[in-house]
Design a protein. Structure first.
Length: 510
C-alpha cells in the first residue's frame, strides 16, 4: 500500500478510549481500545480519575500501533473527541487537584435550580442553546464553589475531558466550540465564553481554555508523551470536538436532510442545523457542531435525547428473562428473533421506557417505566417487541420537538447497537415513516477525530470527505399500514405518561 500520510483519531468515551489509525483515503491501518472505571463515592456522584484516561490512552495507542499489519507512513497528525460536560480542575503548576466530575453526576441539582433562577430560564437557553442539567460543567463548578471552597481557591484551569488528554499530549490547554457549548458557559451564537454567565457565577475567564475551531492545530506531541505513546515528538495535534459532534461528522451527517438516530444505552436524535435556533421550552439541546458555520455548512446541531434505549433491552434480558449475558450479542439476537413472531403493536402491549427518568421531551427525572395492557397470553415475543416499539415511540416523541422547530429530514441513519437489528430498523422506519439505513462503520466518533485531524493540516475538506467515507447499509422503507398503526398508538403512549406523571412522584416519595 502506497501512502504519504497516516492520521490518528482518539475518542475518550465514558467507559473506554478508542483509537483508530487510517490512511489519508480512509483505509484503517490499526485500531485499539482500553477501558477505565466510573467511581461512585456517594449516591448520585460519578467521578473518574483523569490519570486513568491517560493510562488507557497510552495502552490504546500502543495497541493500535502493534496492530498495524503492513508498513505505514509516519503519523502526521492526531485528532481528538471526547465525552461532554465533565470537569477537570488543574492547579498553578498544571497538576490535577481532584477526580473529574463527569456527566452522569447528579450532586448539583440545587445548583441547577440556582443558576436557572440567577440567569433566567429563557435567557439561559437563549445564550447557551440549552437548559442546564446536573453534570454540566456550569452546575458542577457552582457546586465546587459552594461545597469545596478550598479546592476552588487553588483552581487555575477548568478543563473538559478530551482537553485534558490533549494537555497530556501537547502541554497546551484549549477547547473548541462544540465541547465548550456543552459546559453551559458558552454563547453558542458568538462561540465565545458568555460574559453574563461568567460574571453571574464568579468565574474568571482566565481560568477557562482558549476557544478555537476543532480543526485548529493546538500543539505538538511533547517528547515525554511521545516516549510513552510510541509516537514521534513534534507530531501535530488538532483541537478536536465533543464526542456527539464528532460522531455526527464521522457518520457523514452534515446536513439537515439526514437525521442521525443512535440507539445504545440511551438514545440520541441528532440533526445538523444551519442556524442556532433554540427551543424556549428547554426540551432539546442546541450545540455548536464540529465545523465552523459557512453558507454550505451546518455549524450547529439539535439534539434530543432519551435516557433508556438499549438499557431497556438489557433490563429485559437480565431481570425478566434471567439470561446470563455471557453470550453477548447472541442473547440479543435470540430476543429479537422472538420479537419477530409478534405482530406490530405487540398484541396490545405498550411499553414506556422511562427506566431512569427522561430527558426529551419531558425533562422529568421522576418518570418511570410502564407495561400497559399486559395480559396472561403475552409471552416473551410480545414483551421484546413492546420494548423495541416503546423505545422507538419515545425517540419519535423526542423528534417531534425538532419537527416543531422546522425539521423535515428525508432519511434516517441509524447507529449504535440497536442498528444491528433489521427488525429494529424496520420499526424505526415504520414509526418515523422515513427510510432507514444502518451506519456500517463502528466508532464513528473516532472517525470524526480523524476527519478533524486531516482537515487541520489541510489534507482534505472534512465535510466532503466525511460524506465520501461514510458507509451505509441498504435503505429499509417504511410500511404505510404499520405507520398508521403506530400513529394510532402514539396518543396512547403520550397520554399514559401524562396520566401517571403525579404517580411517579408519589412512588418516588414512598
Amino acid at each position: 500500500m502506497t501512502m504519504t500520510t497516516a492520521l490518528l483519531g482518539i475518542d475518550l468515551g465514558t467507559s473506554s478510549v478508542k483509537v483508530i489509525l487510517t490512511t489519508e483515503t480512509g483505509c484503517i491501518l490499526g485500531r485499539g481500545s482500553a477501558e477505565y472505571p466510573i467511581h461512585y463515592p456517594r449516591p448520585d456522584w460519578a467521578e473518574q480519575d483523569p490519570d486513568d484516561w491517560w493510562r488507557a490512552t497510552i495502552a490504546a495507542v500502543r495497541q493500535t500501533l502493534d496492530s498495524i499489519k503492513y508498513p505505514s507512513a509516519p503519523i502526521s497528525v492526531v485528532g481528538l473527541a471526547g465525552q461532554m460536560h465533565g470537569t477537570v480542575l488543574l492547579g498553578e503548576g498544571g497538576e490535577l487537584l481532584s477526580p473529574a466530575i463527569i456527566w452522569p453526576d447528579r450532586r448539583s441539582s440545587l445548583q441547577v435550580e440556582e443558576i436557572t433562577d440567577l440567569i433566567g430560564a429563557e435567557r439561559l437557553i437563549e445564550l447557551t442553546g440549552s437548559p442546564i442539567a446536573t453534570g454540566f460543567q456550569a452546575a458542577t463548578v457552582r457546586w465546587i464553589q459552594q461545597n469545596r471552597p478550598d479546592l476552588w481557591r487553588r483552581t487555575r484551569a477548568i478543563v473538559l475531558p478530551k482537553d485534558y488528554v490533549r494537555y497530556r499530549l501537547a502541554g497546551q490547554v484549549h477547547t473548541d466550540p462544540s465541547d465548550g457549548s456543552g459546559t453551559l458557559l458558552l454563547d453558542v451564537h458568538r462561540r465565545v465564553w458568555s460574559p453574563q454567565i461568567l460574571t453571574a457565577l464568579g468565574i474568571d475567564e482566565a481560568h477557562l481554555p482558549h476557544v478555537q475551531p476543532s480543526t485548529a492545530v493546538a500543539g505538538q506531541i511533547t517528547r515525554r508523551a511521545a516516549e510513552v505513546l510510541g509516537l514521534q515528538a513534534g507530531t501535530l495535534v488538532v483541537t478536536g470536538a465533543a464526542d456527539t459532534a464528532s460522531s455526527a461528522l464521522g457518520a457523514g451527517i452534515v446536513s439537515a436532510q439526514t437525521l442521525l438516530l443512535t440507539i445504545s444505552t440511551g438514545g440520541q436524535i441528532i440533526l445538523p442545523a444551519p442556524k442556532a435556533l433554540t427551543d424556549r421550552a428547554g426540551r432539546i439541546h442546541t450545540f455548536c457542531g464540529a465545523l465552523m458555520p459557512e453558507p454550505t455548512r451546518a455549524g450547529w446541531y439539535h439534539m434530543a435525547a432519551i435516557l433508556s434505549a438499549g438499557m431497556c433491552l438489557r433490563w429485559l434480558r437480565d431481570q425478566v428473562f434471567g439470561l446470563s449475558g455471557s453470550s453477548g450479542r447472541t442473547d440479543y439476537d435470540q430476543m429479537v428473533a422472538w420479537a419477530e413472531s409478534a405482530p406490530p403493536g405487540a398484541d396490545g402491549l405498550l411499553f414506556l421506557p422511562y427506566l431512569a427518568g427522561e430527558r426529551t421531551p419531558h425533562m422529568d427525572p421522576y418518570a418511570r417505566g410502564i407495561l400497559l395492557g399486559l395480559r396472561a397470553s403475552h409471552g416473551r415475543a410480545e414483551l421484546v417487541r413492546a420494548v423495541l416499539e416503546g423505545v422507538t415511540l419515545a425517540c419519535y416523541d423526542a423528534y417531534q420537538v425538532l419537527a416543531e422547530l422546522g425539521a423535515h429530514p428525508d432519511r434516517i441513519i441509524m447507529a449504535g447497537g440497536g442498528a444491528r437489528s433489521q427488525l429494529w430498523q424496520q420499526i424505526v422506519a415504520d414509526v418515523f415513516n422515513l427510510p432507514v439505513q444502518r451506519l456500517e462503520q463502528d466508532d464513528q466518533s473516532a472517525w470524526g477525530a480523524v476527519l478533524l485531524a486531516g482537515g487541520g493540516i489541510g489534507l482534505f475538506d472534512p465535510q466532503s470527505t466525511a460524506q465520501a467515507w461514510a458507509r451505509y447499509g441498504p435503505p429499509i422503507e417504511p410500511d404505510g399500514q404499520r405507520h398508521a398503526l403506530y400513529q394510532t398508538l402514539m396518543p396512547l403512549f403520550r397520554d399514559a405518561y401524562q396520566r401517571h406523571r403525579k404517580h411517579f412522584r408519589r412512588l418516588r416519595d414512598l
